[in-house]
Ligand binder design. Structure first.
Ligand code: ATP
Ligand code: MG
Length: 403
């Protein structure tokens, strides 16, 4: 199959390198299994793939659109770098000819005058290959360098490295090493439930949890008709963006109107926001159990808004039945925004749609809330009934990665 995205000949496969962290003993094979499963899922919207695990790296063979598959694989947590690679018979002369083609095509695509330090680096898994690695390095270098004025051999820290992998039935040649996101494969560290609003922070908190190997489910609270359908669609769109990193994402949409109007009508006004948040924690804890999640995740950051003081976080946390993870606790807003841009959620987050927290906002929110006051206020409410009725109205949306 030809690939029209670049050059005349298409690469044949993608070499994937992954981190060695947490790769001891039994962990190693479960890590590799999860990574293989996630690589396959990430490629699926573009192409079916065959996957081989080689020592310390993974070989992905797409049926088609190899460059696009390589781009998808760059979003998979656990991946350190990827290299689209061209294949050839495992013979020195054929390897050198291919290497020359690949190199010249790449140089033609990257015009410039300055000299580039260059080296060849071969690896053999087939030890019967007649040349040892360093001999093959030299053999290929001698055949690719003539006619390329821009390259000078530099064995230490070159700007351009031509990689070769020789296997029993086939050899592969590559030039690029495109960075992936690092981290650990999604699913290797258990499940968490992320409270996602339409804001900037919570999608980033979800992404950071995925990066450390957690599988993330989502819950959002929605106060219809005070908040319209467009706000809900915005959250679905955010989850859709995150499905790039975790191809299947489950989102629960919880009706929150009765809880908010009840708090508005019967609780001390400055405590409204903290009390809304306490109900969010209760409901998320219940859904978390359904999804076998072991922790909750929020986008809270210390001191960012009135509800995020240590006192208020303490009041809010007390209503949760599971540990609450806050990946952004020490982030400045600018840092979160930079990350939101990088992961592709920022432009959705800044769409001007209201969030349920903007409904019946207190004029002067309590900054240093007291748990006793929260509990006293809730003693006047039918907490259990409010929770059960909200859960009875939950809508479940399964979001998958887009083609
Ligand atoms: P974000 O940008 O994620 O909205 P924020 O800095 O605006 O965060 P708050 O609005 O105070 O902070 O919310 C704190 C956290 O509470 C959010 O990061 C999110 O995890 C959760 N949260 C707030 N509103 C909602 C909602 N409507 N649905 C689900 N979770 C919510
Ligand atoms: Mg918010």
């Amino acid at each position: 199959m030809t690939d029209v995205t670049r050059g005349t000949s298409a690469p044949e496969m993608v070499l994937v390198r992954y981190g060695e962290l947490a790769l001891k003993g039994k962990n190693r094979s479960s890590f590799e299994h999860a990574l293989v499963r996630n690589l396959r899922a990430a490629a699926a919207p573009v192409s079916k793939v065959r996957i081989d695990v080689w020592r310390g790296r993974i070989a992905v063979f797409p049926e088609r659109r190899v460059h696009e598959v390589a781009e998808r694989l760059r979003d998979v947590f656990g991946v350190v770098t990827v290299s689209p690679a061209w294949g050839v018979a495992p013979e020195a002369e054929a390897i050198a000819t291919l290497a020359r083609e690949v190199l010249h095509e790449t140089l033609a695509r990257t015009p410039g005058e300055h000299a580039l330090g260059f080296r060849v680096r071969a690896r053999r898994s087939d030890k019967r290959f007649p040349l040892i690695s360093t001999e093959l390095d030299r053999y290929v270098a001698e055949r690719v360098l003539p006619g390329t004025q821009r390259l000078t051999v530099r064995l230490d820290d070159p700007e351009l490295e031509l990689g070769i992998e020789v296997h029993e039935k086939r050899a592969y040649v590559f030039l690029e090493r495109l960075p992936g996101p690092g981290g650990l494969p999604v699913g290797t560290l258990g499940r968490v439930m992320c409270l996602i609003s339409g804001g900037i922070d919570s999608p980033v908190a979800a992404w950071l949890s995925m990066k450390r190997g957690a599988r993330v489910s989502f819950v959002t609270y929605h106060s219809y008709p005070y908040i319209g359908e467009a706000s809900k669609r915005k959250v679905v769109e955010l989850v859709q963006r995150l499905a790039r990193y975790q191809p299947q994402c489950r989102l629960y949409v919880v009706p929150f109107t009765e809880i908010q109007t009840t708090i508005r009508d019967s609780a001390p006004e400055p405590y409204r926001t903290v009390l809304y948040r306490r109900f969010m924690q209760r409901l998320a804890s219940r859904l978390a159990v359904r999804e076998r999640c072991k922790a909750l995740v929020t986008g809270e950051s210390l001191g960012q808004v009135a509800s995020q003081t240590l006192e208020n976080i303490t009041c809010i946390q007390a209503a949760a039945e599971l540990p609450v993870l806050r990946p952004l606790i020490s982030y400045d807003k600018e840092e979160t925004i930079a990350l939101a841009r990088r992961i592709g959620t920022f432009d959705v987050s800044v769409l001007p749609e209201p969030d349920c927290c903007t409904v019946f906002m207190p004029r002067r929110p309590m900054i240093h809330g007291k748990l006793e006051v929260c509990e006293e206020a809730e003693a006047q409410l039918d907490v259990q009934g409010l929770v059960e009725r909200a859960l009875a109205g939950v809508e479940r949306i399964d979001v998958v990665a887009e083609d």
